[in-house]
Design a protein around this ligand. Structure first.
Ligand code: ITT
Length: 215
């Protein structure tokens, strides 16, 4: 049985469409401080696996405002708790920095060996490649997993949009200020959001890979 380890109920509602046999586990795994969402998600999956001792996925997501060089990015949670979503929206609109994208990395770990995504330790080279690699939405593979590290498989998704005045009652987090094709994510129901969202894309590629892994 697969565990989706998160403290965020909004994520669980969206994941249900992709994951039939999944149980949500409310565990606040330690998040490492890093510029790379891939490294954060990978380490999160390892900690979550050690905690629940069963196959897990975790999902690290963030809002990247292009005119602010990707801020708040991996710090989206801290910024939501401190500045708040509406102020982030006001700042972006005031500075005319409204082009943005959401990114999500789903990380899977089951303690077994399998063809893992290259160890996303945050070296200088990997940092430069991070956005492009994540935007491709596919997990690269090679045999460079560090000895002793639990193998992790990563699945990425991204969606472009723009920052607008808050609209809508649904979703969570930054959804009311993020508009995609004329509709904010908070104006969509979970299925509509999944059809276009960063998380929907990452979960769809995970679900496809996982279906082949579990007969
Ligand atoms: P877990 O780490 O326990 O899963 P979290 O809410 O801390 O829950 P993240 O670190 O991935 O999850 O989220 C970073 C921030 O981005 C946080 O403030 C979320 O509310 C926000 N966020 C993530 N996905 C989002 C989405 O699909 N729509 C709007 N905001 C989102």
């Amino acid at each position: 049985m697969l565990r989706y380890v998160t403290t965020n109920d909004g994520k669980v509602r969206e994941a249900e469409e992709y994951l039939e046999e999944v149980v949500a586990v409310d565990y606040d795994y330690p998040e490492i401080q890093a510029d790379s969402m891939r490294a954060i998600a990978a380490e999160g999956a390892r900690s979550a696996y050690r905690h629940v001792e069963a196959p897990v996925i975790v999902d690290d997501a963030g809002l990247f405002i292009e005119g602010f060089d990707g801020f708040p990015g991996p710090y989206s949670s801290y910024v939501e708790d401190t500045l708040g979503v509406e102020r982030v929206g006001r700042l972006a609109r005031r500075e005319d920095a409204t082009r943005a994208r959401f990114r999500c990395v789903v990380a899977y770990c089951d303690g077994d060996g399998f063809e893992a995504t290259p160890e996303p330790v945050d070296t200088e080279e990997r940092r430069g490649q991070d956005i492009a690699a994540d935007d491709r939405g596919a997990a690269a593979t090679d045999e460079s997993v560090a000895e002793g590290a639990l193998p992790v498989r990563l699945f990425a998704g991204a969606v472009p949009g723009r920052i607008v005045e808050p609209r809508g009652e649904g979703g969570f987090g930054y959804d009311p200020i993020f508009e995609h094709d004329g509709t904010t994510f908070a104006e969509m129901d979970p299925a509509e959001k999944n059809a276009v969202s960063h998380r929907g894309r990452a979960l769809a590629s995970f679900a496809e890979w996982f279906a082949d892994r579990t007969p």
